[in-house]
Design a protein around this ligand. Structure first.
Ligand SMILES: *[C@@H]1O[C@H](CO)[C@@H](O)[C@H](O)[C@H]1NC(C)=O
Ligand SMILES: *[C@@H]1O[C@H](CO)[C@@H](O)[C@H](O)[C@H]1NC(C)=O
Ligand SMILES: *[C@@H]1O[C@H](CO)[C@@H](O)[C@H](O)[C@H]1NC(C)=O
Ligand SMILES: *[C@@H]1O[C@H](CO)[C@@H](O)[C@H](O)[C@H]1NC(C)=O
Ligand SMILES: *[C@@H]1O[C@H](CO)[C@@H](O)[C@H](O)[C@H]1NC(C)=O
Ligand SMILES: *[C@@H]1O[C@H](CO)[C@@H](O)[C@H](O)[C@H]1NC(C)=O
Ligand SMILES: *[C@@H]1O[C@H](CO)[C@@H](O)[C@H](O)[C@H]1NC(C)=O
Ligand SMILES: *[C@@H]1O[C@H](CO)[C@@H](O)[C@H](O)[C@H]1NC(C)=O
Ligand SMILES: *[C@@H]1O[C@H](CO)[C@@H](O)[C@H](O)[C@H]1NC(C)=O
Ligand SMILES: *[C@@H]1O[C@H](CO)[C@@H](O)[C@H](O)[C@H]1NC(C)=O
Length: 425
């Protein structure tokens, strides 16, 4: 975790800042939640976008440093772009310029916060601060639900800033913002004031604390995986909750991950299991020792549809894959990577089978894709500490965005002697 005593540059300009965890130079995932209401004039909406652009320009925008997402709300919510879509300042600026005002009625701030929370959870990186900056000129239509959503979001560790435009009830804004309010809650009387605020901000320089520790680039991952002996078993969901084209993306992801591993008879060996109603071993650990052969056989896996019998798949790992008859090396780490987009039919069974593997020293990674994954189930599958072993992402398109980080984690825990227990058969 990289939470250090961070300072928010734009709040520094306002004289606040000490109690905040955000700074310009340190990596963060920042979601902007923008009010998109009928009674905001086109000119005012533009002022708001300009303000956000000026704010964003304060940060070091890149895939490995600060990333930006933008969400609009009023009658409903629109995710304009999520994290990782635009990864340079000019791309983000273009993304902001392209935002259309829909001029809806209503102020469903609760839905806006709910969606922001989901985006931060699903697409945010686990090792950087999560920030939500909401700009609104209306109070919520559903105060109780808004308070609840804000509470859940703060409970996730998200730091919430709120900027109220016009004279809004301070108490209601305080129910949303993080504390101390002096650092997280701002008032302006009209939108044009926002941009003047932005003007001050852009003149401020940010303190440089020089922290860069997001080891997510491919070179670092390949280095960590070089000559790394490990038994890696992929457990892939081919149930009907997955669309055909998403299934292809899942295979492409596994294939790109394998590309990072140092595959070989005495290095990393790979096996794959697919599961829906039934589980099948696609290939064993001792079948292919050539990188391309392994990838080719991953790409040959066929989609069947059917249920989500995760428990049986895990049982098959124990009973048929990680067995001495298949030449499993007992002096290297055993890693299982489960990719799923739904909840299993029998979560008791899934948990029990995951525990069998964990008890025998297997390191379990769980990758949850999409909005229907069950967090508790991912936790039941994954090894501890869960922040190292669980990945949740919004959709199959963003799957490849975690491949370097995942490879790095797999290869890091793979260091012999760097884990508590290895099955000593
Ligand atoms: C603008 O409209 C929203 C509803 O869309 C309302 O909550 C808000 O009070 C309105 N603000 C003004 C200044 O009329
Ligand atoms: C907010 O969450 C805390 C626990 O994190 C809880 O004690 C409190 O009752 C919640 N408040 C509301 C209004 O939901
Ligand atoms: C800032 O980070 C510290 C340490 O992680 C945490 O205790 C504190 O609650 C955070 N502050 C806010 C406003 O989120
Ligand atoms: C915001 O404005 C209100 C008056 O509308 C004032 O009472 C309040 O102190 C202001 N809050 C902040 C944080 O400046
Ligand atoms: C792997 O190691 C074994 C035993 O040390 C050796 O016989 C075999 O040739 C090695 N394989 C490769 C591809 O280096
Ligand atoms: C699962 O296996 C059972 C028996 O082994 C078989 O009858 C059934 O058709 C299989 N289901 C699927 C979806 O392959
Ligand atoms: C796990 O597999 C081993 C054989 O490798 C077997 O002896 C054991 O009973 C299996 N455990 C469970 C709970 O099925
Ligand atoms: C594991 O053991 C085999 C022989 O038992 C040996 O050849 C190999 O080098 C060992 N691997 C590691 C990583 O210690
Ligand atoms: C779930 O699996 C457990 C064994 O782990 C079994 O006892 C239970 O009957 C199963 N439940 C269903 C609904 O199949
Ligand atoms: C274990 O892994 C961590 C990183 O996950 C690394 O910092 C540490 O040096 C490793 N320990 C050993 C004994 O290799």
């Amino acid at each position: 975790m990289l939470k250090v005593g961070l300072v928010l540059c734009f709040l520094a300009a306002l004289g606040g800042a000490q109690g905040s965890n955000i700074s310009c130079s340190q990596p963060a995932d920042i979601a902007f939640l923008l009010h998109d209401s009928r009674n905001i004039s086109a000119e005012d909406f533009k002022e708001m976008i300009t303000f956000v652009k000026e704010l964003v320009a304060q940060f070091d925008i890149s895939l490995t440093s600060t990333r930006i997402a933008v969400i609009k709300f009023s009658h409903g919510t629109d995710v304009e772009f999520t994290f990782g879509v635009y990864n340079t300042l000019s791309e983000v600026e273009r993304g902001l310029d392209a935002i259309q005002q829909r001029k809806w009625d209503e102020t469903k701030l609760n839905s806006g916060i709910h969606t922001s929370r989901f985006i931060l959870r699903a697409n945010g990186r686990r090792d950087v601060p999560h920030i939500l900056i909401a700009i609104t000129s209306g109070l919520s239509d559903n105060r109780a639900e808004t308070v609840r959503q804000a509470n859940l979001t703060r409970g996730d560790g998200v730091e919430i800033f709120i900027i109220g435009v016009g004279s809004l009830d301070q108490v209601q804004l305080e129910e949303i913002a993080s504390e101390p309010f002096s650092d997280h809650l701002f008032n302006v009387t009209e939108y044009s004031e926002l941009s003047s605020l932005g003007g001050i901000l852009s003149e401020k320089t940010c303190p440089d604390t020089g922290l860069t520790d997001i080891p997510s680039d491919q070179v670092a991952a390949q280095e960590a995986c070089y000559q790394m002996p490990a038994e890696v078993v992929f457990v892939l969901d081919i149930s009907s909750s997955i669309f055909m084209h998403d299934f292809q993306k899942q295979l492409a992801f596994v294939s790109s991950l394998i590309r990072i591993f140092d595959i070989g008879e005495n290095e990393t060996r790979v096996a794959a299991i697919s599961f829906s109603t039934n589980a099948t071993v696609e290939f064993h650990l001792d079948e292919f020792y050539d990188q391309k052969d392994v990838r080719d056989h991953v790409e040959m896996i066929r989609y069947t549809g059917g249920g989500t019998n995760t428990g049986d798949a895990l049982k098959l790992v124990n009973d048929s894959v990680l067995i001495s008859e298949r030449g499993v090396r007992s002096n290297v780490s055993h890693v299982v990577i489960v990719v799923t987009d739904g909840r299993s039919e029998n979560s008791t069974e899934t948990k029990a089978q995951a525990n069998v593997l964990k008890d025998s020293g297997v390191l379990m990674f769980a990758i949850g894709v999409g909005p229907y994954v069950d967090d508790q189930e991912l936790e039941a599958i994954a090894s501890e500490p869960s922040e190292n072993f669980i990945f949740t992402i919004a959709d199959y398109d963003t799957l490849t965005s975690i491949k370097n980080t995942l490879a790095l984690r797999v290869c890091d825990v793979g260091i012999p002697g760097n884990q508590t227990e290895i099955d000593a058969e």
